[in-house]
Design a binder for this molecule. Sequence first.
Ligand SMILES: [Zn+2]
Length: 345
Amino acid sequence: MSRRTTRTSVSFAAAALLGGIAAFSAPSAVAVGEGPSCCTNGTVNTSILHTYDSMVAELKTQAAKQPRMELEVIGQTVKGRDIHLVKYLSDPANPTILYLTQQHGNEQLTTEGTLEFIKSLGTGKNGGVLDGVNILIVPMLNADGAMGDVDFSLDDYVAAGDRHLTRYNAAGVDLNRDHVAKAQPETQALHDSVLSAYDIDYAVDLHHQGTTSRAGGELVSGSILHPTNGDVSPETLAGSKRLGAVVYNAIQPTGWGHLGRYVGGSERTIARNGLAAEYGISTLLFEMRGMSDHENESAVLGQKSNGYLIRQTVVTLTSTASAIADGSIDTVDASFWDTLPAQRS
Ligand SMILES: [Zn+2]
């Protein structure tokens, strides 16, 4: 690890202590894609990320503070870690959205942003949204992978710090290809205790992708896609496209955000397709730029980008919850999908 990387992690930690993500000012009028790139700016030092234990501690702190928040254990991972569901169920008559993070354990900034969002729901600034929408959140579904507590070697993984993070669960299975078989305990818990148990209208499945994709010639801050499986009803697909429009309208004008269309498959094993086909949930996949750890160095983005990538998650969650709560999602123009450029590496 270079000295430069060390200094960066120290300043990140200091800034985090001073004021969380607000301490990271997004560079104005500079797309996130033009920020630090993968292989010349160091890797992520994973000690600045929440551990599974520190995430659970934060969830418990928030549940104790926030009268409207409930915390439930819905199952255990392969290695026996409790899987948590955060619930804000204000009114059964309200529409319901599910936010899901870290099916892939090495894609953690989505969870960091989601924790900021949960904290914001306990404040006057954002708490009002709960009058109009029920919110379900499953953070860090793949906790074993996020902690590198797996039954296969991570010797080639590039991140610095006190742990590695991996895409697969402890048994080496990709949870986001397990939504038909539901063979893994993490996927079973999600389907049995969340997807089958609540009447969910919308879901955002949060991921990270590699660092090199471009759309319209510019590096992207992320990519999005609606379901593309033929079993999904036209109504569900239309809702998915509107959900994407809310996100696009919130991210694209920021100056740091630039979105492309994700190029993905149509299999029902993937949450984006499977949840829409099986439950009629309008889904959106959001892939943020750069992973927290990987065996391929080019997939990992230097941590100087963490501030606005975390912000991208917060904006995504805040804008979608708000648009569902005030009903504006029902009339948003989703025609941008017709011209959204597909990203290319
Ligand atoms: Zn992923």
